[in-house]
Write a protein that binds this ligand. Structure first.
Ligand SMILES: Nc1ncnc2c1ncn2[C@@H]1O[C@H](COP(=O)(O)OP(=O)(O)OP(=O)(O)O)[C@@H](O)[C@H]1O
Length: 303
């Protein structure tokens, strides 16, 4: 395996707002990586720097050891952004032929059509007549047209129905099994867990976890407690967060959750402190909980 993408201490600010803060990682060839995180975490900004669409204020971004803007790099990558902008007054087939012509070794047209599920009817449609889902299929086909080594997808399944989503990921699996390197951003934890062999979890512009889905689950807390309290409020949360077995505390669906390595100790500490809690439930660790625990805004605890 070789390194195809390398970010070193990358920082990007917009006016006074830091969107990406000192981010470093390497992506190996043939891997499938999810950049996961809530809204505003810095995923798209990071992706845009990898594509050479944005310049970092500090640090470096290299693809194949070179600047993302070099032709050598552009010929080897395929990109599907969140908003696909496509020329009007051309048929789908014409757009695909045009896009294939930009690349030295384009994907075989029939294979491209097979992979992306475009029908003969779709191919003869004018692009301005396509539905949102069809536009995304075309965007996917355009990303694959150059038969790239590395594929970038920004929130690829937003707006797709369940069938289209499943089909998209099946194709991504096929591409991965051919040795393509795949990097995608997503809000969907389940998608990252199902598809990726590595998850880089972003929050507030920084990486808060990086590993296989199993690593991330096992490295972090194994369980949490949730309960109700008649005295819910900042004071209670502050008291909970100050108890040593409790590593995090947050609200969800009208319940108070606390994260801990040891639920027995946490319960003993809560009762020992005389905190008024009831309807206690113990939750075994799921990736959803890890995500919540890792991305919860630390300021919320202090409120
Ligand atoms: N062009 C811009 N000008 C000013 N601020 C920006 C710009 N692009 C992004 N930001 C800010 O940078 C931060 C990170 O945004 P980014 O789009 O990278 O996050 P994201 O993780 O992709 O979010 P989402 O999942 O909502 O797309 C946000 O606070 C956003 O408001």
């Amino acid at each position: 395996m070789s390194t195809v993408i390398e970010l070193n201490h990358v920082k990007k600010s917009f006016k006074n707002r830091i969107a990406v803060n000192d981010v470093s990682f390497q992506i190996e060839s043939g891997s499938v990586t999810a950049i996961l995180g809530p809204n505003g975490a810095g995923k798209t900004t990071t992706l845009s720097m990898m594509l050479g669409l944005l310049e970092p204020n500090q640090g470096s971004v290299k693809l194949f050891g070179r600047s993302p803007k070099e032709r050598y790099v552009r010929e080897r990558i395929g990109v599907m952004l969140q908003h696909v902008s496509i020329m009007d007054r051309l048929k789908v087939k014409e757009i695909l032929e045009l896009t294939r012509n930009y690349y030295p070794h384009p994907m075989d047209m029939e294979f491209l059509i097979y992979l992306t599920g475009l029908t003969p009817k779709d191919l003869n449609r004018y692009t301005e007549k396509l539905s949102g889902g069809q536009k995304r299929s075309l965007g996917f086909a355009m990303a694959l047209a150059g038969d790239p080594d590395v594929l970038f997808f920004d929130e690829p399944t937003v707006g797709l129905d369940t069938m289209a989503r499943r089909r998209f990921w099946e194709t991504v699996h096929k591409l991965a099994s051919q040795g393509k390197t795949i990097l995608f951003t997503t809000h969907y934890l389940q998608e990252a867990d199902d598809i990726a062999d590595r998850i880089i979890l972003f929050n507030q512009g920084s990486i808060v976890a990086d590993g296989t889905p199993a690593d991330i689950k096992s490295r972090i807390l194994h369980s949490s407690l949730s309960f109700l309290s008649d005295q819910d409020g900042p004071e209670l949360r502050r008291k909970l967060a100050s108890l040593s077995p409790i590593t995090n505390c947050y609200d969800k669906d009208g319940r108070i959750y606390v994260a801990t390595d040891d639920t027995d100790l946490a319960l003993a500490a809560i009762f020992g402190a005389g905190l008024p809690v009831h309807d206690i439930r113990i939750h075994s660790g799921s990736l959803d909980e890890v995500f919540e625990q890792l991305t919860i805004n630390q300021e919320e605890i202090a409120q």
